[in-house]
Design a protein around this ligand. Structure first.
Ligand code: ADP
Ligand code: MG
Ligand code: MG
Ligand code: MG
Ligand code: MG
Ligand code: MG
Length: 606
C-alpha cells in the first residue's frame, strides 16, 4: 500500500499540529516535480499488476479453515528467494500488506510494450503463489496461500489460526470481531493508519451490509453477535473496525504514459470504467459469515478507511479518503466534474501560477485538503530538496478508485503513471491475468482510436454503487458513453458495453480489432489473449459467472446450507478447499472458467 518506510510513526496528536507544515513541504515537492517533468515525453508504455494474497490454515479433520498470521515470517524468506533468482526467471517484489495474513506480490520489473510481455503475465502470477506456497509447505501440509478478496467468516468466531491455544475461549472472545494481532507487525505504516484514522475521526467505523434474504432467514434478521446497540439495524450485518476493510484483497494495475498529457488522457478515460470493471470483478458476497446482498469489497473499504470527523461527514463536499476518483483531470472534461468537493484554493492558485492547468490543479487542491495520516518522526522534515517523499506519502494515503502518480523526484526511471484500483482480486491466475491484460490492451485501444468514454462524475459514481449490487453484471444497467454518440451517455448492460450492440462496437471487439491491426503479435500470444478476452466476454454475457455469483451458488447448493443466509464453518471449509484446488489446477470449475487449450506458458491446466 504505497510508500513504505521504516521509522517511528507519530501519533495523531503529534501529527495534528504539523499538518500545515507537512503539506507545505509536499506542495513545494509537487511544484518541483511539475517543473522537472511537465514537458518530459517519450517514456515507454510500461505497466504492472499487484496481487494480494491471503494465508490459510486448513484443519481437515475438523473441517475448518482459518486465517494464518504468518506474513511476518514468510516475507523475509520471499525477499531472500528473489535475490537468488537467475536473470531468465521473472522476479517478484513482495510487499507487506495491512494484515498479517496478507502479502502483496508484484512483478519486480514492469512489463514492457505489448505484445511480447503479454504471454508472461499469468506465468509470473503463478510463480508468485508458487514461491509463497513452497515456503509454507516446508513447515506444514495444512497451510496454503490463495487469492481471495474477502475471507468468508472474517470477523466471526474463531477465524484466526493459533497453534498454541487452539479452541481456547480466549481466542474466541478476542475475535469478536477483529483483534489487534491481525494488523501486520512488519508494515510500519499500517498500525499508524488504523490508530490515526481512529484518533482523527474520533469514532470507530460502523458499516451496515444488507443481508441476503433466503427462504429461512429470520424476519427481521438481527445480527445478534453485534454487541453495540447504537447504530444497530435490522436486516443488516455490522462491521465495526478499520481492518474489516483493510483485510480485503484487490487487483490493481498501473500504467505509465509517454507524457503528462497522455497520462491525463488515460486517467480520464479509465475513470468511467471503474464501476464497469468493479462489476465484472465482483468476488465478495459473504461478510462475517453471512450471505449478503452486496458482491464487492469496495464500499466496505470506502467506509473503513474514512478518517473524517462527524462534523466533516455532515458536509457533502468532503468524501472519505477512500472513495471514487473525485475529478477528471483534463480541462476539456472539467464540465463533467459535476460533484462539488472541497479544494484548497491556495494550492490551486499556487499550482496554476506555476503553469499547471486549472483542472489538474483542482485535483491536487482536493488532495491537499487531506491531513497526512502517517508521518515518520525521522522523515517529518525533508533532509534536502532531492526527494518528493512528503508528496508521495500524501498521495499514497488517499485511496481513490484511480491514483494519479507523478514521477518521483529522485527516480529518473519513473514517468507519469495511472493506477487502476477498483477491482476485487480473482481466485485464479487465469482470471487475474485476463482482467489485467484486458485493461492494458484497453489503454492502447483508447489511445490508438481516440475513444471518448467520459460521462459525468455523478454517473460514474452511480455506476460504482450499482456495481456492488448482487449479480450486478447480469441484473444492472450502467451509464456508458458509446463512442460516436453525440456525447450523451445512456444506460447499457455490461453485455452491451463489452460485446457491443447495434450502436456500439463493444470494448472487446475494439480490442480484437486493435490486435488484428497490430503486426507483431505472434500466434501463441494471440491464442492466450483470445482466452482472456473470451473469459471477459462470456462473463459479461452472463454465460460464465463472476467469482461472487459462483461463491453464492456454491454456498446455496451446499448440503449443510439451511437457506438461512448463514455460511457455517463447514461450508466455508468446503468452499475454501475447493477454491484452493481450483487455483492450483487440481480441480476445474466450468462455471467460472471454460476449458482452454494448453500453451507452453500456461502453468495452470484447466
Ligand atoms: P503501489 O503499492 O504504490 O501501488 P507497487 O510498487 O506495489 O505500488 O506496485 C506498482 C506496480 O507498478 C507494479 O506492478 C510494478 O511492476 C509497476 N511499475 C513499476 N514501475 C512502473 C513504471 N515505470 N510504469 C508502470 N508501472 C510500473
Ligand atoms: Mg496492496
Ligand atoms: Mg503495492
Ligand atoms: Mg510501492
Ligand atoms: Mg497499488
Ligand atoms: Mg514521462
Amino acid at each position: 500500500m504505497g510508500v513504505l518506510t521504516e521509522g517511528t510513526p507519530l501519533s495523531w496528536n503529534e501529527i495534528a499540529p504539523v499538518c500545515q507544515v507537512y503539506r507545505s513541504y509536499a506542495l513545494s515537492q509537487l511544484i518541483k516535480i511539475f517543473e522537472k517533468f511537465k514537458d518530459h515525453h517519450g517514456d515507454s508504455f510500461l505497466w504492472g499488476d499487484e496481487l494480494e494474497f491471503v494465508l490459510l490454515h486448513f484443519d481437515h479433520s475438523k473441517k475448518r479453515v482459518q486465517l494464518l498470521l504468518k506474513a511476518h515470517e514468510i516475507l523475509p524468506r520471499l525477499v531472500e528467494t528473489n535475490k537468488e533468482t537467475h536473470d531468465d526467471t521473472p522476479s517478484i517484489a513482495w510487499h507487506p500488506e495491512a494484515c498479517d495474513f496478507m502479502i502483496e506480490g508484484v512483478p519486480c520489473e514492469p512489463y514492457g510494450f505489448l505484445p511480447s510481455y503479454l504471454n508472461t503475465v499469468e506465468a509470473n502470477m503463478t510463480l508468485r503463489r508458487k514461491q509463497a506456497q513452497e515456503i509454507l509447505s516446508e513447515q506444514s501440509d495444512c497451510e496454503y496461500v490463495i487469492n481471495m478478496s474477502a475471507f468468508p467468516r472474517y470477523g466471526n468466531g474463531q477465524f484466526i489460526h493459533s497453534s498454541t491455544q487452539d479452541d481456547s475461549q480466549e481466542v474466541a472472545e478476542k475475535s469478536t470481531y477483529y483483534p489487534d494481532e491481525l494488523i501486520s507487525p512488519n508494515h510500519p505504516r499500517m498500525k499508524s493508519v488504523v490508530e490515526n484514522t481512529l484518533a482523527r475521526s474520533q469514532a470507530s467505523p460502523l458499516i451496515h451490509i444488507p443481508i441476503f434474504r433466503d427462504t429461512s432467514t429470520p424476519s427481521p434478521f438481527q445480527d445478534l453477535s453485534f454487541k453495540q446497540t447504537k447504530g444497530f439495524r435490522d436486516d443488516h450485518i455490522h462491521l465495526d473496525c478499520f481492518i474489516a476493510g483493510w483485510g480485503c484483497c484487490c487487483l490493481q494495475v498501473t500504467f505509465q504514459a509517454q507524457s503528462l498529457t497522455e497520462s491525463l488522457q488515460v486517467y480520464d478515460q479509465l475513470l468511467p470504467l471503474t464501476g464497469i470493471m468493479l462489476a465484472l470483478s465482483n468476488a465478495c458476497p459473504i461478510w462475517r459469515g453471512y450471505l449478503t446482498d452486496i458482491d464487492s469489497r469496495y464500499e466496505v473499504l470506502f467506509q473503513t478507511a474514512d478518517d473524517r470527523t462527524s462534523d466533516e461527514r455532515q458536509r457533502s463536499t468532503l468524501s472519505s479518503r477512500c472513495s471514487p476518483a473525485p475529478f477528471y483531470l483534463c480541462d476539456e472534461h472539467n464540465h463533467l466534474n459535476d460533484i462539488s468537493l472541497d479544494v484548497d484554493e491556495n494550492v490551486v492558485s499556487t499550482l496554476t501560477k506555476h503553469g499547471m492547468s486549472s483542472t489538474l490543479a483542482k485535483h491536487f487542491g482536493h488532495l491537499f485538503v487531506r491531513d497526512p495520516l502517517v508521518v515518520m518522526k525521522e522523515n517529518l522534515h525533508p533532509e534536502d530538496d532531492t526527494s518528493s517523499y512528503h508528496f508521495d506519502n500524501l498521495n499514497s494515503t488517499v485511496w481513490n478508485s484511480l491514483r494519479f502518480k507523478p514521477p518521483p523526484l529522485d527516480d529518473d526511471k519513473m514517468g507519469w503513471r495511472v493506477e487502476f484500483r477498483p477491482m476485487d482480486i480473482q481466485i485464479t491466475d487465469f482470471e487475474n491475468a485476463s482482467l489485467s491484460v484486458f485493461m492494458a490492451l484497453l489503454t492502447r485501444v483508447i489511445l490508438t482510436y481516440g475513444l471518448d468514454l467520459t460521462i459525468p462524475i455523478s454517473q460514474a459514481n452511480e455506476n460504482i454503487v450499482r456495481a456492488h449490487h448482487r449479480d450486478s453484471v447480469r441484473q444492472e444497467k450502467f451509464y456508458f458513453r458509446a463512442s460516436g454518440d453525440d456525447g450523451e451517455s445512456s444506460l447499457m448492460t455490461i453485455n452491451e458495453i463489452m460485446n457491443g450492440n447495434d450502436k456500439f462496437a463493444g470494448l472487446i471487439p475494439l480490442v480484437e480489432k486493435y490486435l488484428n491491426e497490430s503486426e507483431n503479435i505472434n500466434s501463441d500470444t494471440r491464442v492466450t489473449i483470445g482466452h482472456y478476452l473470451s473469459l471477459i466476454s462470456k462473463r459479461a454475457a452472463g454465460i460464465l459467472l463472476t467469482d461472487a455469483s459462483w461463491i453464492r451458488q456454491f454456498v446455496m447448493s451446499h448440503p449443510a446450507y439451511k437457506q438461512d443466509s448463514v455460511v457455517s464453518d463447514e461450508i466455508q471449509y468446503d468452499l475454501m478447499w475447493k477454491i484452493t484446488q481450483i487455483a492450483n489446477g487440481q480441480d476445474t470449475c466450468p462455471l467460472l472458467i471454460q476449458n482452454r487449450m494448453k500453451t507452453n506458458t500456461q502453468l495452470n491446466p484447466e
